[in-house]
Design a protein around this ligand. Structure first.
Ligand SMILES: Nc1ncnc2c1ncn2[C@@H]1O[C@H](COP(=O)(O)OP(=O)(O)OP(=O)(O)O)[C@@H](O)[C@H]1O
Ligand SMILES: [Mg+2]
Length: 328
């Protein structure tokens, strides 16, 4: 709609993760290098985490493009809310193996044979699981068992788990400590800094063919975008995309900070209500504090009583009471 008005050849702020738009921040670069290295060196287990909309799926797509060039075969699971059997069926199918009507044992057997065959030809095979924070403990345990497919020298299947920070919490649970110990490499993505936000926006506009990005979005507008989006790339895209629509509607060749602030307010970007789980957690915490305070009061009352009955306790109680004064 606004492309002609802004002399753009394509839409610069699509929210789909398109590798051709990759802006290689230091962190994104390091993470991509680490994933690629982990897979090519057959390290076994690699984990990538990051908050919502920080570019994890984009990096996975960049990695898969690199793996295609290197003749690495992969199965890519992007919705892991599956039962263990469905999961095995899915990855066997993605590797091109017959999967329907097989028992779990048969699926594991054909997967093992396939992996050994590839290993004998010195070829790497990868399993990538995106949105891995949705994996059940049962499925994570099943994935750990897949890492047992190995020769004395190397893992036959390289596994990359990608997910939001809840994945780290899952991996920290005692039930999954065996899996956690097998992780060879870990990377974490962060939101963008102000400088990175400027580079990110200008790079996207350049790729989309804008002749003078700094005139379209001057630095004071970028500062507002960074503040409102807190550096999360997906939110940056949403703000900028809508700013271009507004700018076009008002025939403006420059996007102002006020336009960004208005869009952020429309999208309620500064309204964040804690999740039910977090709310339940803080309510539980408040109840615990209240219980502790009540116990202290009871303790204090019983010490006062003991002091009246037993004058020798006077000194001890006085000292104790002073110590606990702030609580009472
Ligand atoms: N370094 C980057 N360069 C270019 N675009 C990026 C970068 N990081 C993120 N983006 C863009 O931000 C948007 C969100 O990225 P992506 O979908 O990869 O996030 P995610 O971390 O997988 O989010 P979620 O946790 O919701 O799955 C996409 O449009 C993506 O292209
Ligand atoms: Mg994603």
């Amino acid at each position: 709609m606004y492309k002609g008005f802004y002399h753009l050849t394509r839409n610069p702020f699509e929210i789909t993760p398109d590798p051709s738009f990759l802006f290689a921040t230091k962190k994104h670069n390091e993470a991509l290098a680490s994933l690629y290295y982990g897979v090519r060196r057959r390290k076994g287990f690699v984990v990538l985490t990051g908050e919502v909309g920080t570019g994890k799926t984009l990096l996975v797509r960049c990695l898969l493009a690199l793996l295609n060039q290197a003749r690495v075969s992969y199965a890519y699971v992007f919705n892991p809310r599956l039962s263990p059997k469905e999961f095995l069926e899915y990855i066997a199918g993605d590797f091109g193996l017959p999967a329907t009507g097989k028992t779990k044992g048969e699926l594991l057997l054909s997967l093992g044979t396939y992996l050994i065959g590839r290993h004998q030809k010195n070829l790497t095979t990868v399993l990538v699981v995106d949105e891995a924070h949705y994996l059940s403990t049962e499925l994570l345990e099943e994935i750990r068992l897949l890492t047992n497919l190995e020769t004395p020298q190397a893992k036959l299947l390289q596994i990359l788990l990608v997910g939001q920070p809840e994945l780290d919490e899952k991996l920290d649970s005692t039930d999954l400590r065996q899996l956690k110990q097998r992780i060879a490499l870990r990377s974490h993505l962060h939101p963008l800094t102000l400088d990175e936000t400027a580079g990110y926006i200008y790079r996207r506009l350049q790729i989309a063919g804008h002749p003078t990005p700094a005139e379209l979005l001057p630095m004071e507008t970028i500062v507002e975008v960074h503040q409102q989006s807190r550096g999360y790339p997906r939110l940056i895209n949403t703000l900028c995309e809508n700013a271009l629509i507004c700018g076009y509607a008002s025939r403006s060749q420059t996007i102002t900070p006020e336009m960004i602030a208005e869009i952020a307010a429309d999208f309620r970007l500064n309204v964040v209500r804690p999740s039910r789980a977090a709310q339940a957690g803080s309510e539980a915490h408040a109840a615990e504090v209240e219980r502790a305070a009540r116990t202290l009061l009871e303790l204090y009352a019983s010490l006062r009583k003991a002091q009246e009955l037993e004058p020798d306790l006077r000194m001890t109680v006085a000292a104790g009471a002073r110590k606990h004064e702030p609580f009472i």
